[in-house]
Design a protein around this ligand. Sequence first.
Ligand code: OSB
Ligand code: MG
Length: 418
Amino acid sequence: METWKETRGRTETWGCLDERVLTPKALGVYENPVPLTVEAVRVRSRKMDLRIPFETSFGRFDSLVRLYPEITFRTEDGRRVTGVGECSPLSAPWYDYECHRSVATALGYLVASLTGKPVEEADGVASEKEPPVTDVLSFTSRYRWIVGHPMAKAGMEGAYWDGVARLRGVSVSSLWGGTRKAVLTGTSVGLEPTVEALMGKVDRAVREMEVARVKVKVKPGRDLAYLEAIRNRYPDLPLQVDANAAYDLFDPAHLALLKDFDRFGLLMIEQPGRNDDILDHARQLAHLSTPICLDESILHAVHARQAIQLWKEHSHPSRLVVNIKPPRVGGYLEAIRIARLCCDNGVSVWCGGMHESALGKTANVHFSSRDEVDLPGDHVSQAPYFVRNVGSSPEYRRGRLTVPSGAGWGIEDLDLGD
Ligand code: OSB
Ligand code: MG
């Protein structure tokens, strides 16, 4: 039964949004026909110290653990290829319920599913009787039964794409139907205790880095004075804010603050309300002229479809923006599906970040090379993100990152240790 249909854009999209719609073929995403036997799956992890401790409305952190699932595939003629992905949770369940400990647990189930062993016996070596995988859906269907845990799944899917791209000797961007050679990038500036400290970070981003736009974190009480200072110094700077769910959309004082943001000509206000809400964001903020961006509350394409529908009823799709983070939506195919759905309905999208290491950031850059991704992403920091990274980041110059063209992710000096 067809329940919802949108015909204004390039594609027709049905309400169910299961894998029969927005398929890899319809999205221009490569469908690998070569049978690949999963031989082994292992997970490495690295604790990484941030150069700049990061504060948001939910908390402050100065180090992160990144997990790297690695898959060894065997082709029918005996060739071996390995691919690696990144899981980029925070260290505690602040942003969503995931953290590096929950991701490690979920990865145990993913490894068991891919290697055909019970989770208690999963040692990463595949049992002989598992059939090979081909296209991405045949790969993800192995672990589709696992509810939730999108960051664990995204890292595993990343390993699949890197492996397939290396086998073919092409970049992941080309498998994903990416068209851009460079992607626009902005920076995300954390909360600072004083206006002067924040202005130091903003000055560096604007004057030294020349980023394509600046995003600043806000929360009630650390908002208007900060925005006023930025606007006084930089009247034309492309500027947006991210509240990480810090405002109560039914508190008149908070609503008045958000309405006041209209004075600053912001590109968007990101996730002001609850991290699991879409409906109240649509209804309670329809009187703002600043577009609302959803981050935390969009976990898959069905949520994006519901948001689009609600903005059509209560506001206008041009006042909705979606921050697509592949780790938050369970992988790259789902990220591309959301991008297409939004683009077809007049909703702008950009690629957010989770303070990924060089591998995860590079994957986000490959995703951002799709033409639906029309706004600058959070791909760079005011200083290198980490004291020591796992490889070089894509080449940055004046608000743009070059999409790597080498095989796989195209990171030549990737070093994950043992
Ligand atoms: O809400 O976009 C967010 C970092 C960690 C968790 C959530 C968010 C962020 C950022 C920084 O804003 C993005 C980045 O530079 O990686
Ligand atoms: Mg955000």
